[in-house]
Design a protein around this ligand. Structure first.
Ligand SMILES: [Zn+2]
Ligand SMILES: [Zn+2]
Length: 225
């Protein structure tokens, strides 16, 4: 029998041990181990994307949003392309800000971020010039700035975050890539976060899905290798 690690793709080794879930952090006994220590607990293995995002964002101590989004996108419930990518960036950004001890970020806001993006259909990039992932940028700014439909500057900041993300996604051309849209959303949002947070620029990561997806733009993508 041969099993592969869902997180890194290496062959699992048969040995009894205590696995620490790479998503929710819980400990379970397991007969198979990844050489790099990755493990997915029973509850996370069968979780739907939004529940997985919720569980992971509540438990993680990661401070790099691109790395956290990359981990979540490797979960079996994430397809190559799909609307599960829409509600990913906003809770991920809020979770890492919480881990960076940015004041005022709560678990309730992280749950709210997932709720706000729910229901945006798949493929709207091509059918109406929109992107559910990009809406995550507006959701983060709206939550941080407490924007409402009747506020002035705060509403403008939320709209600008989504608009700038859509511009970046448009400039990268097609075909669509949900991974690229998530990375674009995180990078754009990061640059628009309130200046008083003093956050360093995010390093450019090589995409773990580079060349593995049917429609990968390869060298036309800034995250390729
Ligand atoms: Zn692994
Ligand atoms: Zn778990």
């Amino acid at each position: 029998m041969r099993f592969r690690c869902k997180v890194c793709g290496q062959d699992l080794v048969e040995q009894e041990s205590l696995g620490s879930c790479s998503y929710c952090g819980c400990m379970e006994s397991t007969d198979w181990s990844c050489p790099d220590g990755h493990y997915i607990c029973e509850s996370c293995r069968t979780a739907r994307p939004e529940d997985l995002i919720q569980r992971t964002c509540a438990a993680t101590n990661m401070v790099d949003p691109i790395a956290l989004a990359g981990l979540l996108m490797k979960h079996p419930s994430f397809h190559a392309y799909g609307d599960e990518h829409h509600s990913l960036a906003a809770p991920v950004i809020l979770a890492v800000l919480k881990n960076r001890e940015v004041p005022g970020i709560s678990g309730e806001q992280i749950r709210d971020a997932i709720e706000r993006i729910k229901g945006i259909p798949v493929s709207v990039c091509g059918t109406r010039g929109d992107c559910g992932a990009a809406a995550s940028a507006g959701a983060v700014l709206s939550i941080l700035k407490k924007a409402t439909p009747i506020s002035n500057g705060e509403r403008t900041e939320a709209l600008r975050a989504t608009a700038q993300t859509l511009m970046l996604i448009a400039e990268h051309g097609g075909p669509r890539c949900c991974k690229q849209a998530v990375f674009d959303t995180i990078r754009t949002t990061w640059d628009l976060l309130p200046i008083e947070l003093h956050l360093e620029e995010l390093p450019l990561h090589a995409c773990d899905f580079a060349g593995k997806l049917k429609d990968c733009k390869t060298t036309r993508c800034p995250y390729f290798g």
